[in-house]
Structure formats: structure tokens, C-alpha cells
Write a protein that binds this ligand. Sequence first.
Ligand code: WTA
Length: 664
Amino acid sequence: MVDRQDTPTRPVAEHERGADSPAAVFPPSADFAARAVAGTDFVESAAADRLRFWGDQARQRLSWHVEPTETLDWSGAPVARWFADGRLNVAYNCLDRHVEAGHGDRVALHWEGEPGDSRSVTYAELTRDVSRAANLLASMGVVAGDRVVIYLPQVPEAVVAMLAVARLGAVHSVVFGGFSGESLRARIDDAQAVLVVTADGGWRKGAVAPLKPAVDAALAVGGESSVRDVLVVRRGGNDVDWTEGRDHWWHEALEGVSDVHEPEAFEAEHPLFILYTSGTTGKPKGILHTSGGYLTQVATTHATVFDLRPESDVWWCTADVGWITGHSYVVYGPLANGATQVLYEGTPDSPAPGRWWDVVEKYGVTVLYTAPTAIRGFMKAGREIPQARDLSSLRLLGSVGEPINPEAWLWYREVVGGGRTPIVDTWWQTETGAIMISPLPGVTATKPGAAQTPLPGIAVDVVDDLGTPVADGESGLLVVSEPWPSMLRGIWGDPDRYAETYWSRFGDRYFAGDGARRDEDGDVWLLGRVDDVMNVSGHRLSTAEIESALVSHPIVAESAVVGAADETTGQAVVAFVCIRDSVTLQPEGKEAMVRELRAWVTRSIGAIARPRDIYIVGELPKTRSGKIMRRLLRDVAEGREVGDTTTLADTMVMSKLEAQVRGN
Ligand code: WTA
């Protein structure tokens, strides 16, 4: 029986909604309210004693070789130490203990390749695969603390490689396959990685996208690298170049290696991974996460926000393992909780637009976690596509990566969720490691478009520039006011940047870089980034990084990049470029130049950073002190009337620029 307490009940106050936002809240269904994994008791226990709550979660949800007696040490702020006297092995927690508990035959991964091949891997098999890979890496000289770069498509070997590295106490740095060889090299160098695990290629949009050539390119330039060996998974079947002595086929290297490996216990604060993300400068930040606190919070949030029932649910998080969402909600959270999940290699529309819904139907997916950009893409393709499939297995839907607009939220619930599934809009970041703000499906009456409530054990605030909390209804900056278990422990190799970026503004409160507002019920609405970080299809990109890629091209004198609103991708990269005086440009040459510059950005950062539009202009709008006024460029990029130009050094610049953009 479907409980239908899901009709909108009360109008949302006028100030809470944009012009397009419907007046609706959805209370939890009776079913969720009665049986949710996290009910009001859970919320109250955290409210009563936050640190005790986290200590309990750590002990109850994880298996420790040595149970922690300490919870939080914040004396060396801004570096927190959580559960510091505890010892554990993260991979053991994700694998062996489930087998020991009698769940070895439970499927861990239902892997679906884009061309239609598939493979299911049980917990017993995954434990053996990871043990064997750990033995291999150890035999290649990888020891605790070493960094290993993983540059793979979405295949089971990606999960195996990550867990094998973790099992040895080494540190993985997964680089998303959409990054170029140059970006890969920068990450290898920054982390001084000793080994790279890659593949010949992976399937994307109906074809093999090669990966190994990018690794070859990365290691060929810029002098000798720290990398000793490259392990290559065979997936794409494409031809690859080979460097004898350095390159090894994964399947050949694993032959004859024992699948028994005794996991060693490491301190809770032992580094687990580095994940590079974009900041406000040209150089990506290596966000560092450690073991015990991270695993505690990803396991807790995965179980409670998604109401996970490991014995019956089929979980599907559509994120790539190259992003934090893939780390926390494909690998560590679900596996720590013993979940069965779907792992899909390709794009939503390959070979046809209904592919995702076929996957949901095939595996009986019960809980789906995806990004608003995907939902908007499906809206555009038409509701008849999901409606032609049986999606009745779905019971809960999640959203992450950017603010979800209310229409997309409502469409998701109605068309994908058949009007019965709760939606959890989850706010968090690479830096926070795990979900921080989200409804709980058994507790929260949800509002389309709002992430709403800090989770139990999490404290946030909305403040003004000086750090004073703003009144409900007013916009301000989001801060996390107390340390949390899965918080980043630093930026790899750059403690000053860590302190400066996140902690210099509001003392011991973490500055997230997002704008936010609380409504009259105290619910949090996220308003997007307040810095020069863009969010394109839920992926973080830095304006500064793309600008510096553009100006490294010999013909470019100067550039300014803005994130312009885009119906499908949330934001799109739009670049304004001034050409060097020495270059004479024929009007018919413009198109070729724009093409060349887009290819240049793809080569230097990766396809994900390719600008949607590039406008060649004579001059950029600047203040008298020389600061580029991106606000005005955003007006142009979004086709709006240009705002106040009085602070420009030369007020004529904008009208000339607009004329040039029209002529582009
Ligand atoms: C944005 C992704 C609004 C936000 C997990 C944040 C969101 C950045 C939401 C982090 C949400 C993520 N509502 N905005 N539910 N989720 N964001 O590091 O601007 O790739 O700062 O982590 O995405 O992106 P990141």
C-alpha cells in the first residue's frame, strides 16, 4: 500500500520562494515516519550531546581494532583530530567484516558497462579481489603513506584499486577521467605519487574514450616524475603504447598473486585520500581526508539520510568515483554499510535516452542519488521516457551538487518517484567529506529547493561579512560552526592555504564559500557560490584556472571567465578573451581561433572545462584599481541589460564590448 500523505499542505511564505517556486511542503509519509532508520530519537540524541553522539556512531557503525576513547581534539585548530586513540583498517570495514558476519554472498556491486556487458561482484569476491590487489601493490613496493594516483573509468577495478590502496594504509588520489594529461601530471607531481593505476580506455557515449595516452603524455613531459610503475586495466580494448619496465597489465600482474591479505590497523587520523578540487586560484587544492572520522560520517549519513536497509535496498549513486560524491557514496559509505549497489560506466543517454531507467528497472534500484543537472536533462528529453519504464522499485530519491530548482525537484518526485518518494536535497562539499545539510526522510517535512536542516551532530550558521548571524529571511554566508568528523584535515603540502582559505575569515568557524538564507522555520536555502568557483553540471571549476589556461596560449593577452546561468548545466563557462596587439585577426579567422582556444583549454585542463562560449573582445571592463568586473561580464553572458558601470575606469568599455560580443 502506498501511503499518500504527500500532498502539499501549507503555503510557503512569500519570501521563501522565487517567482517560480511552488507553495508546497511534503511531510514524511506515515511509512517513513514509523520505520525510518533515523527518527526523532536519533535527532534528539545528537542535540543532547553532540560529541557523545559522534562517539557512539563511530563505535556502533565501525569495527575498530582498538576502540577510540577520545572523540575530538580541537586544540590545534584548524586541524581537528577525531577518535585519535582508535585504530582501524578502512578496507576491512568495507569488506571483510561483512563476510565474517555471514554476508559474503551479498552482491556489493552490480556493474553495468555502457555497451551492455555486466558483472555482479559479491562481498566475498570483492574482499578477495581487494586482498589480491593489495598484495600486488605491496610487492611493487607501495607502503603505508605512499601516494597512488587512480585514473580509471567507472569500472569495478576503480573500487578495487581504491580499497587496495586504503588497505595498505597508502593514500589514493583519484583523478577524474575527464581531466587532461597536463592536469594529471600536476596532480602526480603535487602528491609525489609512486604509482598510477589506469586503463587503456573506457566506454563513453557509445565509443571508447582512451585514458592511457593521457598518462603517457603526463609522464613524458616536465622531466622525471615520481612515478615508478603504471598498472593498466584492460577495458576499452584500444591500442596503447607501452613503456617496458614501467607499464604492466593489471590482469597479468595479478596472476598467481595470493588473495589472502591480513589488514593492518592504522590510527584513526591516518591519511586515507587526497582529492583535488578547484579553488579561487589557478592551482587546484589537494583536499586531505583521514580514516576514522571520515568513515564514521560517511557511514552514518549514508545509512540515515538514505534510510538504508542493506538486506533489501539496491542503492545507486550515479556519481563518478573521480569526484567526492563517488568516494563517499559509491565507495566508502555504501560499502561500510554493507549495501548492494549499482555501478554504471557510461552516460545517461547511451545508447538511448532511457538508459538510466532501464538500469533502475533491471536491478530494481530502490534509492537513487543524482545531480540536478541530470534531472534537468531528463526533463528536457521528456517525461514519456522514464514513464515508459517500471520505476516502482524506487522509494527514495536524493540530489547533490548544486541548488536544485523547485521545478526539477517536483518533476523528480512526480515523474521518477511516482509522486510517492521523499526527496533529500543534500548539501556538502569535497572539503566536508560527507553530507552536512539535508532533510531526514522520516523526520523532515521537505520543501522543494531547500537542503533545509543541518544533520544531527552538525552545526551551521548564516552570517554577514563580519561573522554576525543574520536574521531569518536575510541572505548571508554559510559557515559550519563546530568541527565535524569527516572534515578535511588540510590541503596537501599547503597548511597556509588551508588556514587562509577556510579559517581566516571567521576564526574557528569554517567558511564554506556558499551563500545561504534561513527561512522563518529556520530551514536553510543554499544560494550558490560567493567566490569565483563555478558549478558546471555539478562539477566544480575555477574561473582563475581557466583564465590561466587561456592566457598561456601565445595569442592571448588577457582573459576573463564567468559562470553564466545555463538551463541544463546550472552554469556554463563563458570566456572573454583579448588578443595580443601583435596578432592581426581577420573576421573570418575568428571562428577558427575560438575553436583553437576551446581545444587549448581541453588540452590543458580537460574536456569538462571547455568553454561553452568564447568571445574575442578589445578590452575587459576594469575598475580604476584594475580589478576585472565579472559581474558586468555575467550580465552580457546571460543576455541581460548591463548593470551599474560607474566604477569602471573607462565607462565606454562595456558598450564596445557588447557590440563586439554581438558581432562574434
Ligand atoms: C554546491 C559536491 C546547493 C555548493 C558534493 C558547494 C550544493 C559545492 C549542493 C561543492 C546542494 C553541493 N545545494 N549547492 N544540495 N550540493 N552544492 O566539492 O556550492 O564538488 O560548495 O562537492 O557544490 O562541490 P563539490
